[in-house]
Design a protein around this ligand. Structure first.
Ligand code: AMP
Ligand code: MG
Length: 334
């Protein structure tokens, strides 16, 4: 069985093709780049997706030497994400499904991150730290659903890094902003105390961003030291909450996914934490950690195999689709 998945929830447009053994046949991605110094403009990103999606679909089919006739399922991101961007993926999926008479599966984006991590990392039941430009959540499976054990109460950690970088005048033309900051942080030597904000199991980054943005303007500290201090602080917060979720659930695997999961320092900190609890750690490589069409194809295939498909009338997107909203019938354990 072959599944083609379309991801378009934010600035990335991805199309992936996977078979039911988890063999990766294609994983093509293009990224909308806003003008220097600006964030993602949802309408402009959606126009980028609409313009590029025919090419990206064709590229994925060509690289895997397949045609639409070979595809069994069309999957797309139902949410969460930016409305105009999500709608482009949903319209493309509906068009393919109608034209080629294929079943449709609308999937939850964070659960797709988790499931591709379980597949590639060979994990059974991990505590998952999902950290990206649009999301920050600690997710684990419990009693038939994925549950959020902790999350940001304001901005996502990737957004905190991206805005810090833009405020510092850094460019993300050659590498993602988080990577640019990571390289600077590796050269930092001095830890500058900045607020460390955990509320219960939730984290908050907007006050930290305001604080560090003021420090940039003061010009008292180097960007290397500021990057280092920001990373050490926000990553320690994330590791602390992940650790508490791990201790509470008594699981023995830790998975990190989302674009920020590409960060080596974050992976190092999580690994030390996991191993101190006799747990296995796995971090996805960037092509699968960052938003991609393959994870959407894989979750669509899993759900379809368990009898699920989305009737055409229900293929509307949901910007606030939560992981708890999905009944998980493809996992047996609690
Ligand atoms: P996503 O939202 O999953 O597509 O991931 C995009 C986010 O990942 C952006 O906030 C990037 O700055 C961030 N990112 C990418 N690479 C890295 C890295 N090496 N370290 C930290 N953040 C990163
Ligand atoms: Mg994501």
């Amino acid at each position: 069985m072959l599944s083609l998945g379309i991801e378009s929830s934010a600035d990335k447009l991805g199309v992936g093709i996977i078979d039911n053994d988890g063999k990766i046949l294609a994983n093509i991605r293009r990224t909308y780049k806003p003008p220097l110094g600006s964030g993602i403009h949802p309408r402009e990103a959606s126009e980028f997706h609409a313009k590029n999606i025919p090419d990206v679909i064709n590229e994925a089919l060509n690289i895997s030497k397949l045609t639409m006739d070979d595809i069994d399922i069309v999957s797309f991101t139902k949410g969460p994400g930016l409305g105009p961007c999500l709608r482009v993926g949903a319209v493309a999926a509906r068009t393919l499904a109608l034209k080629y008479e294929k079943p449709l599966v609308g999937v939850n984006h964070p659960i797709a991150h988790v499931e591709i991590g379980r597949l590639v990392g060979n994990m059974v039941d991990p505590v998952v730290l999902y950290v990206s430009g649009g999301n920050t959540q600690i997710i684990a499976f419990s009693e038939g659903r994925y549950r959020v054990f902790g999350e940001t109460i304001d901005i996502p950690v990737g957004n905190c890094l991206d805005v810090f970088g833009r405020n510092a005048g850094l460019s993300d033309k050659k590498a993602p902003m988080g990577r640019v900051i990571e390289l600077l942080a590796e050269k930092g030597t001095k830890y500058i105390p900045i607020p460390y904000v955990i509320k219960g199991m939730d984290v908050s980054f907007s006050g930290i961003l305001t604080h560090i943005s003021k420090l940039i303007k003061k010009k008292e500290y180097t960007l290397e030291d500021l990057s280092y201090s920001l990373q050490e602080t926000v990553f320690a917060m994330l590791v602390e909450v992940t650790e508490r979720a791990l201790a509470h659930t008594k699981k023995n695997e830790v998975l990190v996914c989302g674009g920020v999961a590409s960060n080596n320092r974050l992976k190092e900190m999580l690994k030390v934490m996991a191993e101190s609890h006799e747990s296995r750690f796995f971090g996805l490589e960037p092509s699968l950690a960052i938003d991609n069409g393959l994870m959407i194809a894989w979750l669509g295939l899993i759900m379809y195999s368990r009898g699920y498909s989305t009737p055409l009338k229900e293929t509307i997107v949901d910007q606030h689709y939560r992981v708890e909203d999905v009944v998980v019938n493809w996992r047996n354990e609690n």
